[in-house]
Design a protein around this ligand. Structure first.
Ligand code: ACM
Length: 636
């Protein structure tokens, strides 16, 4: 190497090492342990790729395809490395002693060894992808390191509601790609609801010909300012669903289908009214509900909420649901089938002579016990097929089905009660930030959402294992999940805006040990790089507001405005004169000192613009020095 080039590379290495100061090497979720060593591995065209894993060619192909995009060349694959030849080795030797889904990565100046099998090796490759910096002069400089990694929870999930709005297969695949990149291993697919039935069932074609179509949708927030008066429809054929199952499995993601019962059943009842306690009764539609088309007969719902017309617990219904579940089980190989169980009002069951007679016959003391009877009947069928049910935490009411897993959404209480009864639990409490349909800021610029407040920091702060559980009970907490309900999410772009960056915070609480949690490192070191990647991939992330800016009132006379850009390559623009900032405002480049005169206030308004042009909401901080109209005072 000539001297000029070697000096140049020396500079590059030091720049790169500077960029790799992050103790987690930029990896999300943070690995269990990352131990830095001396030196760097310099990946260039002479590096060879050796695949000795038991997983066949797919892991090596995945890594090499990534290297092509990152370095601009593919690595030559060989069986063994020549002396002094730099290599990347994929191996399963030693993988048997690793925890499930675990892997190790060892980087030395001569070799990178990825050890794992199945999901473990796949996750090793995801981590390597994340720790590789950009190339400089056709070289990628990777610091020497030992990484040992495995998940905290076996279930790391996210739910997508396609009942309220339909999302195309192309989007589901794009979404699954990101789940895999962040080691989220469960995609819970909420396929049926009052506003749409989204899965082809061959035995009951009206479920999709009738149940997947609604004539309209309310405009704006419930109860609505009008109705769009436009059909909303869509469903997945069983072949498409199988395609998603296969696509996900190739990425070590299990797809869990949800078929809602006995509530949230309006779409199914619109298709087959005999599933109702009162087949001849029109669907109840409040006078306040703006409606499109006929209000007569059974209707697919056009508004949001909880509806009284639920499945009647008759033999006919159980046969019908069992036949549906048989088809679902044939499409989805997952151990778990989600059967809903939430928000089933008992009004119609109370009114129904059939239900009351059934309760008497079965010795059920109230309608909660009838719900429990319903779920247990379904569970028996699912168990007989070798599968297990998951239900929302209402399945605790009236007595848990013997083998059910409980998904705790109304806070943590359901999960705690289930674990205390020795039942498996998935934690997804809305109150802890796991409802990612909630809004992410308090800015008026925030798009219309269902409400709530769940910034990614709130998810990050959540520990899925409730402190009240004994050591023995804690083992029933199998994992954690974030839920994306789609009442107010009509498009894939908006779904992405809700999901990112929150799914990255979910990934870390689901995978990393509690003692590896570090919000500052996550937000300031790793997240900006990941958000820039998502931005570049045209994923419509929610651009965070500047790091270091409060959205509250600060009191005092002298302030230093000290901000950091939350998306690498993005820019912060700000104003202090009440004008709305845009790229025409001041570009923030360095801390700004400001003195607010006594009795006055100033408003710092900022906007972040990501490299693609995507924008944050406007964030406001009131800098108050005793001005009378500011009530909340938060000390800096
Ligand atoms: C739910 O949010 N109804 C489970």
């Amino acid at each position: 190497m000539n001297k000029v080039l070697s000096i140049f590379i020396g500079v590059l290495i030091s720049t790169s090492v500077f960029a790799q100061r992050d103790p987690n090497l930029g990896i999300i979720p943070a690995p269990v342990s990352v131990t830095r060593a001396n030196g760097n591995f310099i990946l260039d065209k002479t590096t060879v790729l050796i695949n000795q894993s038991i997983d066949g060619a797919k892991s090596a192909d995945l890594l090499n395809a990534f290297i092509v995009t990152k370095a601009g060349f593919a690595l030559r694959e060989t069986k063994i490395a020549q002396p002094n030849q730099k290599s990347i080795l994929l191996t399963s030797v030693g993988a048997d002693v690793l925890p499930a889904e675990g892997y190790t990565i060892k980087v030395t100046p001569n070799q990178i060894i990825l050890t794992g099998k199945g999901a473990g090796l796949f996750y090793a490759i995801q981590s390597v992808m994340q720790m590789m910096p950009d190339k400089i002069a056709d070289k990628i400089i990777i610091p020497a390191v030992d990484i040992n990694d495995y998940p905290r929870f076996t279930y790391r999930g996210t739910m997508l509601d396609v009942g309220r709005h339909f999302f195309p297969i192309s989007f589901i695949k794009k979404y699954i790609d990101q789940l895999a990149y962040y080691k989220i291993n469960t995609f819970h697919w909420h396929l049926t609801d009052d506003q749409g039935w989204r899965l082809e069932i061959k035995k009951y074609p009206k479920l999709t010909s009738v149940g997947s179509v609604r004539n309209g949708t309310i405009i704006g927030h419930y109860p609505g300012d009008g109705n769009y008066l436009t059909e909303v429809k869509g469903f997945y054929t069983q072949n498409e669903a199988k395609e998603i199952v296969k696509y996900a499995a190739e990425r070590y993601i299990t797809v869990i289908p949800e078929i809602e019962l006995p509530g949230h059943a309006s779409a199914a009842i619109a298709a087959y009214p005999e599933l109702s306690c009162f087949p001849d009764r029109d669907t109840f539609i409040s006078d306040k509900t703006p409606w499109s088309g006929s209000r007569k007969g059974k209707q697919v719902q056009q508004t949001w909420g909880v509806f009284d017309d639920i499945f009647v617990p008759s033999e006919n219904t159980f046969n019908f649901l069992n036949n549906i579940l048989d088809e679902v089980i044939a499409v989805f190989p997952s151990k778990y089938i989600h059967i809903g169980g939430d928000e089933a009002p008992k009004t119609y069951w109370k009114e129904s002579p059939f239900c009351q007679a059934l309760m008497k016959e079965k010795g059920l003391k109230d309608e909660h016990e009838l719900q429990s009877y319903f779920i247990q009947t379904i569970e028996k069928h699912v168990n007989a097929k070798g599968r297990s049910i998951i239900g929302w935490d209402e399945i605790l009411e009236g007595g848990l089905a013997p083998n059910a897993t409980v998904m705790s959404w109304r806070g943590e209480a359901g999960g705690i009660a289930a674990a205390q009864q020795n039942h498996d639990v998935i934690m997804t409490p809305g109150s802890m930030g796991l409802y990612i349909d909630h809004k992410q800021s308090n800015s008026p610029d925030e798009p219309v959402t269902i409400g709530g407040f769940a910034p990614y920091q709130k998810i990050y702060a959540y520990d899925p294992i409730p402190k009240v559980l004994t050591d023995d009970q804690r083992k029933y907490i199998k994992g954690v999940q974030a839920n994306l309900w789609s009442e107010y999410i009509k498009t894939p772009e908006k779904a992405e805006n809700h999901a990112f960056p929150r799914l990255l915070a979910l990934s870390e609480i689901a995978w990393s040990p509690v003692d590896r949690k570090d919000l500052k490192n996550f937000s300031e070191e790793r997240l900006p790089v990941h958000l820039a990647r998502l931005d570049k991939m045209n994923i419509n992330l929610w651009v965070p507001t500047p790091i270091g800016q409060s959205d509250k009132t600060l009191t005092g006379g002298d302030f230093t405005i000290d901000l950091k850009v939350p998306v690498t390559g993005g820019k912060i623009y700000y104003s202090l004169d009440e004008s709305r900032p845009s790229e025409n405002a001041f570009l923030y480049t360095a801390p700004v000192k400001i003195t607010v005169p006594k009795g006055e206030k100033r408003t710092l308004k900022t906007i972040v613009i990501a490299p693609s042009g995507r924008r944050s909401v406007t964030n406001e901080t009131i800098l108050n020095n005793g001005a009378p109209d500011v009530k909340t005072e938060v000390k800096k």
